[in-house]
Design a protein around this ligand. Sequence first.
Ligand code: GLU
Length: 435
Amino acid sequence: MKPDLLLPASPIVRPDKDRFLNEENPFEGMMSRFDRAAELLDLEPGIYKVLRHPEKQIITSVPVMLDSGEVEVFTGIRVLYNTSRGPAKGGIRFDLNVSLDEVTALAAWMTWKCAVVNIPFGGAKGGVICDPLKMSIGELERLTRRYTTSIIQTLGPDSDVPAPDVNTNERVMAWIMDTYSMRVGHTVTSVVTGKPVEMGGSLGRREATGRGCMLVTKEALAHLGMPMKGTSVVIQGFGNVGSVAAQLLQKEGCKIIGISDRTGGFLNAKGIDVDDAIAYVQEHRSLEGYKKGDAVTNEQLLTTQVDVLLPAALENVITTKNAAQIKAKVICEGANGPTTAAADAILDAKGIFVIPDILANAGGVTVSYFEWVQDRGGYFWTEKRVNESLQEIMERSFHAVLDLSKQHKVNMRTAAYMLAISRVATVHRLRGIYA
Ligand code: GLU
């Protein structure tokens, strides 16, 4: 990459380089990958410093009247990591493990993800520390509306556009859209994506992340000379991403031999009927009690003999503790941050082809972009057009990352970071530092 034309070149100061890396801290993991890519890009110190800092972090108290009449105060977070390329974009999660470090890492990943697929968005993420499974619909609605009001200054189709993430869905997006619209006095559909189709959502959005995983897995297998037909796949996490990826990979001829969720999982070498498993989960809310194979823990599932492993749940599932035991030939990261930075080298040494999260799961935000475009244009696409446009972007992005990885002799993750960082850095150079 070309060095900065505006700022003088000088040695890069890397403040955190020799610090002890806490493997479980997603922000440190994200930063260590960022540093490696920045070094290979020979990123100038000014932009290096800018890109290591989130633009804005909001921490807010969210008081909610519970059904019991008691008041509970939750903590809500919204981080806008970088908005140089466009409005901040990223989901909102409701989870007990939400923390500022986690949300900041996820917001940075959104920045790199949008840049990898080259859509005109920056990156953001939000979260509320709560256990949504223990809350009623009424409580969740009050929580969502109060949290939305607390971050209303940043929200807007041109500034910050939320979407679903862990434990949030179309219904939560409808509440956010309504709350925002009531505040500004008119209906603004483009303030969130992942909404119900009836109120400005896009066809194909719900399936988009899983579809993107299928598409890049297909490209990876073709690159490695492996056929789709008969290729075995294990899916860790059977939510919106994992279940759709499983369904579409099965349609393409792959054999799904293992699935799991937070209640456990099972393996079946003969293949699992994915549609049947999805129907079971729809009825029972989890895989618990659905035993169509040998029961295994998530840990056993991850280290099973398989061609493709697709982690599609949360961060930190592939770590230095289990990476050496992983037998997959390909890992497709449907989740954000499923592999710790320290585990990367172990997977590399084993020759495992990793399709990194910021590429593999970018299908969701790509169709979010289509949704935003449709809302703003007031003209809605067919599902065919959505899926074809998604396919074009995922395939183009996969090959851009693959080409860069060959050119620089680095793995796919480092290549994806290099591509993303160079795109964000270019915009910073063009815009300059406003004084
Ligand atoms: N939560 C999804 C992600 O992590 C989608 C974000 C979006 O569509 O804005 O990529």
